[in-house]
Design a protein around this ligand. Structure first.
Ligand SMILES: [Zn+2]
Length: 255
């Protein structure tokens, strides 16, 4: 590894940023809490996707046509297509990850059966690498091995909790549901108001909703909420402006 260009001495007075990145004391310590947080974060991101993509669709169609029919059709089609595509993507990625984790767990189980001595040494050296003396590390490794060798190895070597493997079907369902919840917002915002107010109402409703999802996901991830909100709101506004412009252009072109 090469030297970091931002060594401590060269960073001068700019300590504010590293202050923000220091791990918070209230960070989750158990696998249960962190996996629940991951679920929540995935749900918020799914809702975010639903809001932005369907908002872009319906604003684009509304820019071209004042009729409710085409707007409703485009919005519902976008909602269904997006939910299905999110579910499929999630299913495939979680299944692959679970296969990988299962293979690693199986390999560890085999190694523990076939070469218990080498595995004890390995555990010892891992605790030494974490700062324990050889004597203490050996004692810790022996006690953990006597208690539950498999759990000890899986925890320190792989960082996997065998009881917490994500279920691909529930991951797929929850991302489809969160996308749908998000997608309903621009759909309602564009269909409920009278024709002239449709696009402005949708714009405002979508940007407010994105500010909320941005703040929530930043909070869940322990990041700076203001920066997250600015990013997601600008991104959403850009998406709607682009599709609005595309709708206008297609209208001018007489499509
Ligand atoms: Zn091992």
């Amino acid at each position: 590894m090469t030297d970091s260009p931002r060594s401590p001495s060269s960073s001068g007075g700019a300590d504010n940023d590293s202050e923000n990145r220091r791990p918070a004391h209230d960070e989750p310590h158990t696998a249960g809490v962190s996996s629940r947080l991951n679920w929540l974060r995935a749900g918020v991101l799914g809702a975010n996707d639903g809001i932005v993509s369907v908002a872009g669709l319906v604003v684009g169609v509304a820019a071209l046509s004042p009729d409710r029919g085409p707007i409703l059709t485009a919005g519902v089609a976008g909602l269904v297509a997006g939910a299905v595509s999110m579910a499929l993507g999630e299913y495939v990625s979680v299944s692959t990850q679970r296969d990988t984790e299962r293979a690693l767990l199986e390999k560890e189980r085999r190694e523990l059966e076939q070469t218990p001595g080498a595995e004890l040494d390995e555990l010892t050296s891992m605790y030494q690498a974490r700062g324990l003396s050889e004597e203490t590390a050996h004692k810790v490794a022996e006690e953990l091995t006597a208690h539950d060798a498999f759990a000890a190895h899986v925890d320190i070597e792989l960082g996997i909790d065998p009881d917490e493997l994500t279920n691909p079907i529930s991951a797929a369902l929850s991302s489809a549901i969160s996308f749908t919840v998000g997608a309903l917002l621009p759909l309602i915002a564009i269909l409920a108001p009278p024709t002239g107010a449709r696009i402005p109402v949708t714009f405002v409703a979508v940007l407010l909703a994105l500010a909320l999802t941005g703040a929530v996901s930043a909070r869940l991830g322990g990041a700076n909420p203001r920066r997250a909100v600015v990013r997601v709101v600008l991104g959403g506004a850009l998406a709607m402006i682009i599709t609005y412009a595309v709708g206008q252009l297609l209208g001018v072109a007489g499509v």
